[in-house]
Design a protein around this ligand. Sequence first.
Ligand SMILES: *[C@@H]1O[C@H](CO)[C@@H](O)[C@H](O)[C@H]1NC(C)=O
Ligand SMILES: *[C@@H]1O[C@H](CO)[C@@H](O)[C@H](O)[C@H]1NC(C)=O
Ligand SMILES: *[C@@H]1O[C@H](CO)[C@@H](O)[C@H](O)[C@H]1NC(C)=O
Ligand SMILES: *[C@@H]1O[C@H](CO)[C@@H](O)[C@H](O)[C@H]1NC(C)=O
Ligand SMILES: *[C@@H]1O[C@H](CO)[C@@H](O)[C@H](O)[C@H]1NC(C)=O
Ligand SMILES: *[C@@H]1O[C@H](CO)[C@@H](O)[C@H](O)[C@H]1NC(C)=O
Length: 463
Amino acid sequence: MKWTIHARRSVAVVGLIGIASFASLLLNFLFYTHRYPQTAAILPASNRSDEAICHEESATKKPIKSTKLAICENPYLQPGFVWYNDTKEETQTTWVPFYPNLLDQSYSLTTLRSTREPVDPYTSDGDPYFPTEAPPQELLDIAPHQWMQDIVRHYELHKASVASETGQSSRSRQVLELEELENRLVWLRNRRILIVSDSVDRYQSEYICNRIGNGLTHSKQGRQTAAWCHIPAWNFTLMNWHIASVSPTRPSWWWVKEMAIVNVEERWTEYYLPTLKDTIGMNGKSPDLILFHTGLWDHTYFIRGPEALGQNATWSRSLNWRELRFYMQRMRMVVSMLRAQFGDDVPIMCRSVTLKRSLPSNVSILNLDRAARFVCNELDIEIMEFGEIIRGYFDFYKDTVHIDRGPLSVLWANMILWSLFRTQGGVEVRGELVKMPTNSTEVVNVAEGWNRCHNDFMNAKRY
Ligand SMILES: *[C@@H]1O[C@H](CO)[C@@H](O)[C@H](O)[C@H]1NC(C)=O
Ligand SMILES: *[C@@H]1O[C@H](CO)[C@@H](O)[C@H](O)[C@H]1NC(C)=O
Ligand SMILES: *[C@@H]1O[C@H](CO)[C@@H](O)[C@H](O)[C@H]1NC(C)=O
Ligand SMILES: *[C@@H]1O[C@H](CO)[C@@H](O)[C@H](O)[C@H]1NC(C)=O
Ligand SMILES: *[C@@H]1O[C@H](CO)[C@@H](O)[C@H](O)[C@H]1NC(C)=O
Ligand SMILES: *[C@@H]1O[C@H](CO)[C@@H](O)[C@H](O)[C@H]1NC(C)=O
């Protein structure tokens, strides 16, 4: 199955830039240079050549890949953009973070007036233009590690090494590469990720499993109950516990007929607990990481309720305080249940909300996103900013709510694996794997790995 999206028309879409924070960064930048045109530290004065600037600046400014970096830097909490090359395979997708000092790097200089060697090419009319090209290698080098690429490559090499008839020399090259990948990925072995969320995340985990051989298995109890993807090569499992809003009851007007049980407490015993054996990892106590989200179902629930009582369904209204309070309290309850089940120190992440395609009429989902952020922050839980990074990428949806397989699903996979790597004791700084987890055929203290940078990451989002 190849991903197909409307956006493929455009050649190498440079990510749509994604996020408002980047726009505001850019605005700041323009505003700043506009107000203070003489500030040579930010932009070159017009009588200096680029070459001189680069030379001077690189001598005085901290390089972007400095030798003395803090180990707690989360690339996915930095501003940045999603970059992929349309003609390339989806696993080539990259999140390109913008780190401090970026503006001072030679490759990001855009001169306001033409000099002998402008960074951006000019038309014969003297206007800058922007031919499509990949981000500079220096930026790609500090982008977060491409775990999905590794896993897929490993899978393909593994398959090929069983069947292949290739010549001796290329074969041994592949054997070496396979060994290298195995060493780099060994921390995946025996790991368990629990995803307590809706079908948006379930589809994302399904894409991983489809990609490397084994699809998703749905619980016999039905489609929206529990589902898992197990990757035998790594004895690695992504478990999905489906949550259908935080409603404590199944109201008579519930809109999904086949859904027998709605409330989390009942789903817990009926659907979730039977999967516990495949959810708990090597420590005999908890999964290695939990991803938690609820929002789209809640939104529909809040709109359908009044409608069932005879009011018009106004999708675009703001949610009211009672609704938000209820949502927040019930969210907290789900987190307490997770912590009671798996221990207070189990690493949990909240995923920021992904929007429905019918955004204008469903914009109050953003109220829930804000409320959920508040709750998670109060409960000392970090946020996986997938929803925010891909906000508005509706051309990449497969329907009105689900994100299709493609560049964004690769981003999702890389983000969640980046966090899992952390729980295993791994440390990555600006694309460099500075500390590899210990061979995780042994029990790992996931809380310890997680907590190394947890406090920093709780407060890391500044844009
Ligand atoms: C460049 O401009 C600055 C201030 O505008 C001036 O002080 C300096 O002498 C100029 N340098 C050259 C090489 O023209
Ligand atoms: C995209 O990939 C193709 C094929 O590898 C390459 O020829 C092209 O230059 C790439 N485009 C960009 C913008 O990197
Ligand atoms: C990890 O440990 C297991 C068991 O001791 C061993 O078989 C395996 O080769 C080790 N893997 C790596 C990459 O060191
Ligand atoms: C697979 O992983 C589980 C959970 O981490 C572990 O309990 C089990 O022993 C592993 N199986 C093998 C064959 O290593
Ligand atoms: C629902 O909307 C229709 C059409 O706008 C309006 O006529 C009707 O009065 C509304 N009903 C309620 C209960 O607000
Ligand atoms: C808002 O989203 C829901 C669920 O996707 C959809 O049924 C509804 O039609 C949307 N609202 C409007 C007015 O488009």
